[in-house]
Design a protein around this ligand. Sequence first.
Ligand SMILES: [Zn+2]
Length: 524
Amino acid sequence: MSWLFLLLACGGKPATSPPQPAPHAQACPDGRSVGQPDVVLLTIDTLRADRLGYAGHSEAKTPHLDGLAGRGQAYLQATTPLPRTTPALASLLTGLQPHHHGAREVGDRITVDRTLATTLSERGWRTLGVSAMKVAGPDQGLDTGFQSVEVHHDARAQDLANHALTRIDEVPPTCPVMLWIHFADPHFPYLPPTGFSQPEAPRCRRLAERAAAGKLRRVKLFSDQGGMATKALSECQDLYDAEIAYTDTAVGTLLQGLAARGRKDPIVVFTADHGENMGEWGLFFEHGPNVHDASLRVPLVIAGPSIPAARSEAVARLEDVVPTLESLLQIPSNERLPSDGEDLSGRWLRSEAGPQLALAESGSALHARLTDYLVTGRKRRMHCINGPRFSLCRTAKGKESLYDRTTDPQLRIDIRGTHPAEAARLAKAWLRWPVERTRQRVARSSRFTLVGIPQLEGGYTTRLYDHQADPGLRVDITLTHPEEAQRLGSALNTYGASLDGEQGEVKERSKATEEAMRSLGYLE
Ligand SMILES: [Zn+2]
């Protein structure tokens, strides 16, 4: 998957303009910044919180990430505000929830004009980014405030780490650096690089290679058609772990490379944009259309000088990172970004309670045949609304067809002519649930999770879970915990009203962004 990186390494034109090399002899222009710590935002795409050694996964080979967690604040119940790449990373960089920064789906462009990089650039940091994903870069405005963010789409983690170090070499040693590095290896298809120790896993490898080559429609795999995902699940989890283990080696390269350059004590924030469903709620090797823990929970570690080591089960969110870093870096309050998050350092510095509730929404179900979801697909492509038995689907050209999933699960036989009343009922429901705006919602405290799921006839049904006692979120405890259901329900309603106020048309995307989304399996 690294052909583009090879092209770049051999002198091809990069996906974005590279920074002009900074003259090494030049002192850092802003005297105030001398002596400030380096800041590293280390993000790994599609990394489940529970697949790391420090989080208790016995098969994990993640010594560098475990070491980082062992010397910093490790939040074991951290969450993303939207389990898709662009919205989540935009929240990390802006401190805002997606409906406030404007990117509510993968590939969307943010609508705000400041990020943490803006603040740090203005105060003398050299702000650099390297990303292995086109949907996490300048095309979505994620370079806002940075002096440069380069995208090397599909670059392997070791190549990306070495590239980041090359960029660091161009910064005068007296200048503090803010580096954002976004690794992409654990994203499906799970195919660790040749030469790296990994299981044979022939069944999963075959599926992954066929999907990567465009010979297998990913939605068939993601929705487990014919049981193909279930049969390969164990092998795929092993290959996924190997991708994570490989990425961990690149984390080691990066941290050791920084130390070797005299940048020994950076503040490091390590996290992910979202997790990954491994069969939970009928979804395999994919993330985004639901808000349950498999894709909602992310690792979050904040480590650095004078940050005490601790493990925490408290609420922590990606949008808390900006206010936390602004506090740790002593940014004056009038220069701080408006944020939906809170300063987590108050917990370890001043015994403050910190955030008590995480609020999040899902992305839409981008594939047209994930029929467990109310609305699936994309507006300008094939999309469907799914009742309990029938699906009404519309092609990009507007042709409508009706299918009976009980007798025709592959959606092949159009019965619209013989069932006009069913078609009309579903078409009417579609007016309530615009494509790509039909999303699940969640309110999650330190112990309870309340999920809101859209209903065909309007409104949401809610389910309450005790995620401490029931991490798989299998048992709805609404009836035995009515007060919790009401308390979280009230928060979910307020949050939902705020979301609904922002719901508009889906943004047009550039051809390049759509091509990147297709290569990641979000479009077919
Ligand atoms: Zn992602």
